[in-house]
Structure formats: C-alpha cells, structure tokens
Design a protein around this ligand. Structure first.
Ligand code: MG
Length: 261
C-alpha cells in the first residue's frame, strides 16, 4: 500500500561552494570494473567493497524508493518486470543479484560505505511526482547522517531530476550536486543554484566550450559513461573533474599521476 508522505519547506537561498577541485578522478559506474564478467553485480555491496579496497576515487550507485517508502540501491526502475515504485520492499524478498546478494537497502549499502576509502557518488533516481522525490531526498539525508556520511568529502549527489537537484542544493550546501540530463548549459544550471554537471561525453562533443564554461563558474564536471580508450583520452584532454566508467583501471593507467587522490 502506498503511504502518504509529508515534506518540509526548504530555504530559498543557498550558498554555493564546490567541493571538487578541478582534477580528473575515477568513478566506477555501477560499482566495479567489468563487474558482471567478474561476478560482481552492479549496485551490490560487494562491488562497493572492492572499489574501496582498490582505492577508486569514487563509486556510483543508484537509489530508488519502493511503494512502502523503503530506499533501495538498484539501477533499473523495474526488477523482473515489477516496478520498484509500485511494489513494496517485501515483494522483492526473493530477488537476488547476480552475485547472490539480496536487493540492498540504502541503509545496508551505507553500512559498507562507512568503511570509507571511496567517495559515494549518490544518484537519486527520478520518482513519479515531486512529493516522492522530495521525500526521497530528505530520507537520503537522514540516512547519510545516521551513518556519519553527511560530509561533502564523502558524498557527491547526482540526478536526472531537476527537482531533486534543486532540493539537494537547498538542503546540502557545500556538497557537489550534479545535474545529469545534458539539455542545459552550465550557465542555466548555475542559475538554479546547482553547482555541477554530469553529462554523457557526446554532450561535451556537441558543446566543446561547456567544460571551461563550468569551470569558469567554479562548477564541477563529471562525464559518463566513458569506456573506450579514445573517448577517455578526449575527456582527459578536456580536463573534466570526474570520469564515470566501467573501466576504471584503464582510465587510471591513461591518467597516470593526474588521478585525483
Ligand atoms: Mg547511475
């Protein structure tokens, strides 16, 4: 059954600060390099553990919300044909990731995140209305605080939802907060108090001045999902801050000493 939700009004003014220095970094998209071939499912706790052990700068994960308002870590909107948004958490109790893990709740994932060693690149997935998106942001912040992770050095936020990014901007000043969709310029994004962009590399190919325009405004720039060597080199040449990739060791080799510590 869907629960009614309430959310608090948010402050209208925020102070923009950027926590990412303009250096290149690595994010292991969906957890770990070649994760499926290596037997590690995307968005799994094991993948986060491996990213931590291998000192990847960051590890991206995706957060959805079930109909009974449980935050879970999963990439796709559906699981085995069931929409996460319209099913209770208990409906997924028998589901297993490819590595045998059950569907992680956000709290279970953050328990591993507490061990540190990699920045949590926290993607808040679009919900079907503003109220649920706002509730998800608020519950995510509560969870991060509960785990001692509400810290701009430990977490950056990304989302395709403008509403989610705007709420994060209001409630999490000082955190890196990147909009994912690629249909708005750095200037337009900053006008909404959002201090970063995280776009597919084809967006930067079409808009070659956007990385510099973002940096001139002290905005952080992430690029996804870059796996081919020539694309990685191109993005390194454009001086982006973060490269989201399924091939972090390849990126690390190409970056050499330029990799963010
Ligand atoms: Mg993602």
């Amino acid at each position: 059954m869907r629960k009614a939700i309430r959310f608090a009004a948010i402050a209208a003014f925020v102070t923009l600060t950027v926590s990412c220095a303009p250096k290149i970094a690595i994010t292991a998209h969906r957890g770990y390099w070649n994760c499926e071939e290596a037997g590690f499912a995307e968005n799994s706790i094991k993948s986060l553990e491996l990213a931590q052990k291998n000192h990847l700068w960051g590890s991206e994960f995706d957060v959805h919300m079930t109909s009974d308002l449980v935050l879970v870590v999963h990439h796709d909107r559906d699981i085995q044909g069931k929409s996460i948004h319209t099913h209770d958490y208990a409906d997924f109790k028998d589901y297993r990731l490819k590595n045998g893990e059950k569907l992680p709740t956000l709290d279970e994932y953050l328990t591993q995140g507490e061990k540190g060693g990699t920045v949590l690149v926290f993607e808040l997935k679009q919900q079907y209305d503003k109220a649920h998106e706002d509730y998800m942001v608020d519950k995510s912040i509560e969870a991060l605080k509960r785990h001692g992770l509400f810290d701009p050095k430990k977490v950056i936020f990304i989302s395709f939802s403008m509403n989610i990014c705007e709420r994060v901007a209001a409630l999490c000043p000082g955190f890196t907060n990147q909009f994912l969709s690629g249909n708005m310029s750095p200037e337009e994004i900053l006008a909404k108090n959002i201090n970063g962009i995280d776009y597919h590399y084809s967006v930067f190919q079409k808009n070659p001045t956007w990385v510099k325009e973002a940096h001139d405004r002290k905005m952080s720039v992430n690029v996804w999902t870059v796996d081919k060597e020539e694309d990685i080199k191109e993005m390194i040449g454009q001086d982006v801050d973060c490269i989201t990739t399924n091939e972090p060791m390849k990126v690390r080799t190409l970056l050499g000493r330029k990799e963010r510590k």
